[in-house]
Structure formats: C-alpha cells, structure tokens
Write a protein that binds this ligand. Structure first.
Ligand SMILES: C[S@@+](CC[C@H](N)C(=O)[O-])C[C@H]1O[C@@H](n2cnc3c(N)ncnc32)[C@H](O)[C@@H]1O
Length: 255
C-alpha cells in the first residue's frame, strides 16, 4: 500500500482537486501577460504548477508540484515534474532563466520563504500571479459569501510583503479579468453569477474548502434567491456587460 503524505499546502487536493483542470483552464489573455513577463528566458521553473496552466509551450519548463492528484491532471507531455515544495526547491542558485508561480503562493505554509527560494534559483525574472488581499472586497461575492472572503483575506500575503521577499524592486501590475475568463477563480465570474450555483465551480475554488458545508449551501441558496427575484441584477447587473473587471488580480515581476 502506498504512503499517503499530508498536503504540502493549506488545501487537500486529493479531496478538493477533483475536476480542477476542467474548471481552471489557463486564460489566453492572462497567459499572454505571463509570457511577456518571462521575456526571452529559455528555461522556466513553474512552482506550484498544479495541472500545468500557463506553462509556455515554447520554452524548456521544469514544474514543481507537491500534489499527486494535481500532477495526474496534467496533459501528457514530456515536461518534467518534480514533486517538491516551494520552501525548499531542489535546484542550485540561478539554475533557471525565469520562474513563475500562478495562483499558488497563498497556499504555501511560508509564502515569503518560497518566494525567496524562487529568487535564489532564478537568474532572470520571477513572475507571480496572485491576488491583493486588500482588494478582494471589490467582488460582490464578499457580501454573499463572507466566510469565503475572510478565508481569502487571511491566506494571501500582502503585496508589500511579497515584493520585499523578492528583493524589494518588483513591479506590480493589475491584471483586468476578462468577462469570459476561462480560469475559474472567483473573480472570473464577476458578471456570470449563476456559475456560483454550480458546486463543481465552487469546488475548484479552494477558499470554499474552508467554509462549513451547511454555510456554503446557505450562501448558494441566498444567491439563487436573489438571481431569481432580480435583486442581484438590480444591484450588480451592470457587471453583465462590462468587458473586464478591475479586481484584486496582480502580476508581480521581479527582475
Ligand atoms: C490553485 S492551484 C494553482 C495551480 C496552477 N499554478 C494554476 O495556475 O492553475 C495551487 C497549487 O499549489 C500547490 N501547492 C500547495 N502548497 C505548495 C507548496 N508548499 N509548494 C509548492 N506548491 C504548493 C498545490 O498543490 C496546487 O497544485
């Protein structure tokens, strides 16, 4: 019998990762921003790589991912996946040209230590896609699902802490979320609220795993009721026609 190791981050993907790759497909517009930030790097390290979203096809990529359940959802490509954690990267100093970490740092036991490790092993840009905890209240979901919001705020490192861990000179840019964003994180559905009534969508957003299932069902029912009555649309219906959402998504690049 195989040994079952505890999750390396704050989410048990063996339990909550089922169907992740189907709901969380790399969005091409966000991917273009990441690719641009990676510059001319020919070797790229992807930390907390999950099912492989946002990995460029035209470079040599090494992925670091601790969860077997997530590795199992990767497309079958010859890319190397190393089972390791951000806090102790099995690479020498300046081993890769560039590195990336997308929507993962908030799950690491010590995000700042992991970022310092990324900086250590990378000669060029370190590219981090994350959410600014101070802006998470821009999404109406904070009101409908306050426990989800509270869990998220507590998990994400502040942008200042993140920049400091990367050496102090990182550039932080907002990333507008496209209306039809294919990567189903919570902000992706700013103008498509019905999505949150789908348990599969919620399951692929790890913050829900911190919420009591009875409370979660209540949040979904409240939203359903307001959608049916037109109350959600009275208050937020303008979002259904907004091409992008200026929320908390940030691209942090340390060169
Ligand atoms: C929300 S998923 C993001 C996956 C992928 N980067 C993406 O953009 O879809 C977060 C990933 O971080 C991984 N993770 C959790 N703790 C980690 C750690 N300490 N070091 C590296 N990766 C970790 C999880 O296993 C999971 O695959």
């Amino acid at each position: 019998m195989g040994v079952v190791s505890p999750p390396a981050g704050d989410v048990d993907y063996a339990r909550y990762g089922i169907g992740y790759a189907g709901h969380r497909r790399a969005d091409p517009r966000i991917a273009a921003r990441i690719l641009e930030a990676l510059g001319t790097a020919s070797t790229v390290l992807n930390v907390g790589a999950g099912a492989g979203s946002y990995e460029p096809d035209d470079r040599a990529v090494v992925s670091v991912e601790p969860s077997e359940a997530m590795i199992a959802q990767r497309p079958t490509t010859p890319r190397r996946v190393v089972r390791a954690v951000a806090g102790s990267l099995p690479l020498p100093d300046r081993a890769v040209d560039a590195s990336m970490a997308t929507v993962t740092v908030h799950q690491w036991p010590d995000p700042l230590a992991g970022l310092r490790e990324m900086r250590r092993v990378t000669a060029g840009p370190v590219v981090v896609l994350t959410f600014d905890p101070d802006c998470l209240d821009r999404l109406w979901l904070a009101e409908y699902a306050p426990d989800v919001y509270r869990a998220e705020v507590a998990r994400y490192p502040t942008v200042d802490a993140l920049v400091a861990a990367l050496g102090g000179d990182a550039v932080v840019d907002p990333v507008p979320v496209p209306f039809d964003c294919t990567d189903g994180f919570t902000e992706a559905f700013y103008g498509r609220p019905e999505a949150f009534c789908d348990p599969g969508v919620r399951r692929s957003q790890s913050a829900w795993s911190f919420v009591d299932p009875v409370v979660e069902a209540g949040y979904a029912a409240d939203l359903r009721r307001d959608l049916d009555s037109g109350r959600w649309d009275e208050r937020y219906g303008h979002l259904r026609t907004e091409a992008t959402f200026d929320g908390a998504l940030r691209l942090v690049v340390s060169r």
